[in-house]
Design a protein around this ligand. Structure first.
Ligand code: NAD
Ligand code: UGA
Length: 458
């Protein structure tokens, strides 16, 4: 079959895989190829067990893979063959040298740019899909224009706003698609080419354009604002616990103001995921780099409150359980950083579990999707850890239950049955405020929600 457009995506991760699957699904006359330096990832994308769990993804992969969506390891030839290249490689926080623990590590991006330059035999549009510091396109442009030939590269910014667990819905029906370009003739032509792809299924009024720097910066700012809301409500949850106010009631009262809105106001054990922390730290670094220490300090406080919230949760467990956890069995319900994903990157459960193990507790971890990743995250640590998929088996014989991920399945658990199987007094710490606390208290649990009075029989 002759395809109308040939598109390449470099980076077959949580963003590259699902976002390209959606383009392939919506544009059956385009050929989409996804490459990665990690051969296991490519093998997994070509297998029955996809490397990413995302509701609805398997169906779309079934409809497109081998027809107009291809996963391959041959980066060199794919760069040669395709004229539109999305780059969605990872951009983690730098762990070494200048800007360590703050700045974005751009080594994967730069390697990709150099590969594109090396293997290209014709002009190309290179699209930043990864989240990058503002002004990255400048460096990209310089690397890409350092070749001797006549080949031209036009860099666009097209940050991705999907969230894990809801990625397919977010990609199919996004609030907006953002495209930043240089405001030159070639920049605007490239922009029009990218708009043509999204316009296949997204109304034009939702495709917004800007200059390239605004686009790069907007992605960091959007994540910072979302994380800021979580930290804001979590900071107030601490005050609620001191004053007998109820954080759910406060959230509702505040969130019904249409100027504020009701989303991202659920208090809990803090935000996790691969991006919020790294993107805010990147923003903090940029502010410091540009000589804005007050602005840097403002955004850094969002991360500090997130850490404080986890420390408060751990301290509360220790204090409520008579200041000793040594030898006690604690069941962790949920290890993923949020529901509907198997991703555990920066999950609060990692830090909380590590701290409980340091108190010599015995940990039993249950999660419907994230046990493999949990075992990898904790592989370096000594201590008693078991991984049990069935939540009833995991809880049996435990002194305490900790709900760390808001999986829907936990709402429907038979807590009477669980209570009967536990050591008494039985403790329940709901780090996501998702279960019926009064009901569990009546069953016999000592219940500790976030931002609400504890319900204790002791
Ligand atoms: P990921 O780690 O899951 O995937 C990145 C992939 O890129 C990896 O498989 C890695 O092997 C590959 N890679 C690295 N260097 C390469 C190279 N030179 N050539 C080919 N492949 C290479 O990361 P992710 O979660 O998909 O995130 C990618 C980017 O998208 C990041 O910048 C992130 O901030 C951003 N983002 C992520 C999400 C999300 O929900 N995960 C959402 C929006 C934006
Ligand atoms: C987030 C953004 O929502 C996406 O728009 C963005 O594209 C993505 O980051 C990214 O750049 O990687 P994601 O991290 O997948 O998406 O998931 P979120 O739904 O934003 O949740 C992040 C964390 O905040 C989770 O740990 C979640 O449990 C927590 N959270 C969220 C709360 O504690 N309370 C809330 O009210 C909402």
């Amino acid at each position: 079959m002759k395809f109308r457009k040939k598109i390449l995506c470099i980076g077959a991760g949580y963003v590259g895989g699902p976002s390209m699957a959606m383009i392939a699904y919506k544009c059956s006359d385009y050929r989409i190829t996804v490459v990665d330096t990690n051969p296991d990832r490519i093998d997994a994308w070509n297998s029955a067990e996809l490397p990413v769990y995302e509701p609805g993804l398997d169906l779309i992969i079934k409809k497109t893979r081998g027809k107009n969506l291809f996963f391959t390891k041959d980066i060199e030839n794919q760069i040669k063959e395709n004229d539109i290249i999305f780059v969605s490689v990872n951009t983690p926080t730098k762990t070494y040298g200048a800007g360590a623990d703050m700045a974005a590590d751009l080594q994967y991006w730069e390697k990709t740019a150099r590969q594109i330059l090396k293997y290209s035999r014709s002009s190309k549009i290179v699209i930043e899909k990864s989240t990058l510091p503002v002004k990255t396109a400048l460096a990209m442009g310089k690397i890409l224009s350092s070749g001797k030939g006549k080949i031209k590269f036009e860099v666009l910014s097209n940050p991705e706003f999907m969230a894990e667990g809801t990625a397919m819905g977010d990609l199919e029906n996004p609030d907006r698609v953002l495209i930043g370009s240089h405001e030159t003739k070639s920049g605007l032509t490239a922009r029009a080419e990218l708009i043509e792809i999204y316009a296949r299924w997204i109304p034009l009024k939702k495709i917004i354009t800007s200059n390239i720097w605004s686009s790069e910066l907007s992605k960091l700012v959007a994540n910072a604002f979302l994380a800021q809301r979580v930290s804001s409500i979590n900071s107030i949850s601490a005050l609620c616990e001191k004053t007998d106010a109820d954080i759910s009631e406060v959230s509702r009262a505040v969130g019904t103001d249409s100027r504020i809105g009701d989303k991202f106001l659920n208090a809990g054990i803090g935000f996790g995921g691969s991006c919020f922390k790294k993107d805010i730290l990147n923003l903090v670094y940029l502010c410091s780099y540009y000589g804005l220490p007050e602005v840097a300090a403002y955004w850094e406080s969002v991360v500090k409150i997130n850490e404080y919230q986890q420390e408060r949760f751990i301290a509360n467990i220790l204090k409520s359980m008579f200041n000793t956890l040594a030898g006690k069995k604690i069941c962790v319900l949920g290890f993923a950083f949020k529901a509907d994903t198997g991703d555990t990157r920066e999950s609060p459960a990692i830090n909380i579990t590590r701290k409980l193990l340091a108190e010599q507790a015995q940990i039993i971890i249950s999660d419907p999707r994230a046990l493999k990743n949990a075992a990898l995250d904790l592989s370096d640590i000594k201590g008693s850890i078991k991984y049990v998929e069935d939540p009833y088996q995991a809880a049996a014989g435990c002194h305490a239950l900790l709900i760390l991920t808001g999986w829907d399945l936990y709402r429907g658990l038979d807590f009477k049955k669980i209570y009967r199987s536990m050591v008494k007094p039985a403790f329940l710490f709901d780090g996501r405020n998702i279960i019926d606390h009064n009901k569990c208290f009546t069953i016999g649990f000592n219940v500790y929600p976030i931002g609400k009075p504890a319900l204790s029989h002791l």
